[in-house]
Design a protein around this ligand. Sequence first.
Ligand SMILES: Cc1cc2nc3c(=O)[nH]c(=O)nc-3n(C[C@H](O)[C@H](O)[C@H](O)COP(=O)(O)O)c2cc1C
Length: 378
Amino acid sequence: MKLVYALRGQINYLFYRWIARPLIFLWEAETAHNKLKQFGLLFASNVLGRRLLKALFYYQHPSLNTTVDGIKYDNPIGLSAGFDKDGELTDAYPLIGFGFAELGSFTGDVCPGNPGVGRRLFRLVKSKSILVWYGLNNQGAEAIAKRLKGKKFKIPIGISAAKTNNAASFDLQNSIDDYLKTVNEFKEIGHYYTVNISCPNTQDGEPFVDQKNLDALLSALDKVKQESKPVYIKMAADLEIDEINIIVDACLKHKIDGLVLTNLTKPSMSDEYLKEELTFDKGALSGLPVQRISTKVVRHVYQRTRGKITIIGVGGVFSADDAYEKITSGANLIELITSMIFEGPQVVSEINRGLVELLKKDGFTSIEAAVGSRNPLL
Ligand SMILES: Cc1cc2nc3c(=O)[nH]c(=O)nc-3n(C[C@H](O)[C@H](O)[C@H](O)COP(=O)(O)O)c2cc1C
């Protein structure tokens, strides 16, 4: 069976790399994103399509099962927030082999995102990165929650809540209310929340890096938090150590369950991309440019929290080695988007297959045993 999966992965990769990707990349990146979601919807909406997706991409192995904050995951590889901004493709993700999916980010109000629809995403192919200038476009928490209410999910679903990007000036109470609106709308939907305080593309910046603002937000979340649903905070990539420590310590103080590390990196903060590929002067980078930065943050936060809170590692995970590096640095779960776009959807099962081998090689019988194993607590 191992050989069959290896062969399937290789054929899928070659098909995507040399046939599907050149065609997809003929579209502007934002158009391609929308078209691919339509394809996904089409496949997931009928029995034949679902069978095909499963036959082409699904992979599972018992050593990948993991439980985090009481939630059972078939494997630790999840979809990161930002791919499914309106929560439309939840039937497709389990078939592709994802262990979980984070939807959104959803905002309290309907949010059209930044101006320039159709030209808000840019591929940096050689740098294995996407420049993102979306600005949190989504249909708004109310409409999305109404559509998803009562839906049975086959894998754990994270609800990413962000603040509506509709004002250049910051108002603390309005902003907190905006987050709480999404949290309330999704009370009965999904398995965990991520509170995204780190969108690099919003008009009023990242005001919740400020200690007082963050404290107010976390106090408000304390009051509405449900026992059964963990709350994670998504952190920016480009913070100073002191800023990271302020956020981590506030999360510990408020008994936040974990951190998602990290969001995109600003072009001025990373050297790991080809400057000539940058053709737009706004936005922030995913993929390879954020890979090392996010792993470094995972390592630091794992030490700072003494491994006591959940870490979801995200940023530039293209291979099983990349995922394993984040896991052995302290991440309990992994998320990705960019590798799926550059390498194809089989990347999820290929990473999972590789993780099974890496665990075995190191003598671990579970993901839990590997978490932080190459980042011993000092
Ligand atoms: C097209 C796109 C849209 C994104 N939108 C969001 C978002 O709405 N909320 C969020 O928390 N992160 C968003 N992100 C950041 C990703 O969740 C992730 O943190 C980042 O891309 C690094 O992972 P990757 O290298 O695997 O893509 C977005 C990323 C991309 C590529």
